[in-house]
Design a protein around this ligand. Structure first.
Ligand SMILES: [Zn+2]
Ligand SMILES: [Zn+2]
Length: 258
């Protein structure tokens, strides 16, 4: 072997040693709280942050799962509705989430890290958590398929993945449900937000289209997304799926905004 070929290898071994020494002196910090990552780490999070992800209670509003201060036995679709659901004409018949998304909460910080920090390994941990804990919030039997809320192709290309798809795949794998990836598409990247409420609803509705009506007709479908905020996005998806002949739409999200 010539010296020219050998030199880079020595260099790279030196670099690795140097990197290992630096790592010992300055361990990688947790991406949420900055504490050094230890043996309990979950992807780029310390064990303490992972354990402190805020959970949604299992009982709440019969339609959207929103926790009532005095929530009793409200699992299923019969039961008391929260103020949002009494005032909103939803297209989905129930929506459930596993985590609570609070302004200063850990769940919000972790989801933003996974999505905007493009940390696919962290997102996969969150997806497994969703798959494991979803049955405590809604029955997963009886659905004909999971439909991830689509990203516009440009956004997906920029991020490298669609977080809703990663979540849906984990749920589908664990519970034996097919993931219908290409039946629903986002045809407009950012819905225009001006105009009155009806204009805005129409704009967001026009952002989605069903590409494969045969795959949704008379099916009970569970939409999957990362965060439920006002419900406008999942309602828009549900509307076009119902227009294409779907029998019933449920919603499962990783988190619910408070
Ligand atoms: Zn931490
Ligand atoms: Zn509600």
């Amino acid at each position: 072997m010539s010296r020219a070929e050998g030199a880079p290898r020595e260099c790279s071994a030196g670099r690795n040693l140097w990197a290992a020494a630096l790592h010992l002196l300055f361990p990688t910090p947790c991406h949420v709280c900055g504490a050094p990552l230890d043996g309990e780490r979950v992807s780029s999070l310390c064990g303490r942050c992972w354990r402190s992800l805020e959970r949604m209670p299992a009982a709440g509003c019969a339609r959207c799962g929103w926790p009532f201060p005095d929530a009793g036995a409200a699992a299923g679709t019969e039961g008391p509705l929260c103020q949002r659901c009494r005032e909103t004409e939803d297209q989905f018949h129930l929506a459930r989430a596993v985590l609570r998304y609070r302004t200063d909460g850990t769940a919000r910080a972790v989801i933003l890290q996974a999505k905007h920090g493009r940390r696919l390994s962290l997102l996969r941990h969150l997806a497994r958590l969703l798959a494991a804990e979803a049955p405590g919030h809604l029955p997963l039997a009886g659905w004909d398929g999971l439909v991830p809320v689509p990203l516009h192709w440009r956004r997906r290309w920029e991020r490298g993945f669609n977080q809703a798809e990663v979540l849906a795949r984990a749920v589908g794998r664990q519970h034996g449900l097919p993931v219908l990836r290409r039946v629903l598409v986002r045809v407009r990247s950012t819905p225009r937000q001006h105009g009155d409420a009806e204009d805005r609803r129409r704009n967001v509705r026009e952002a989605f289209a069903v590409r494969a009506p045969g795959a949704v007709r008379e099916r009970r479908l569970l939409l999957v997304d990362d965060v439920f905020t006002t419900g406008a996005t999942v309602n828009a998806c549900a509307r076009v799926l119902l227009d294409a002949g779907a029998a019933e739409i449920g919603v499962l999200t990783l988190a619910r905004v408070e």
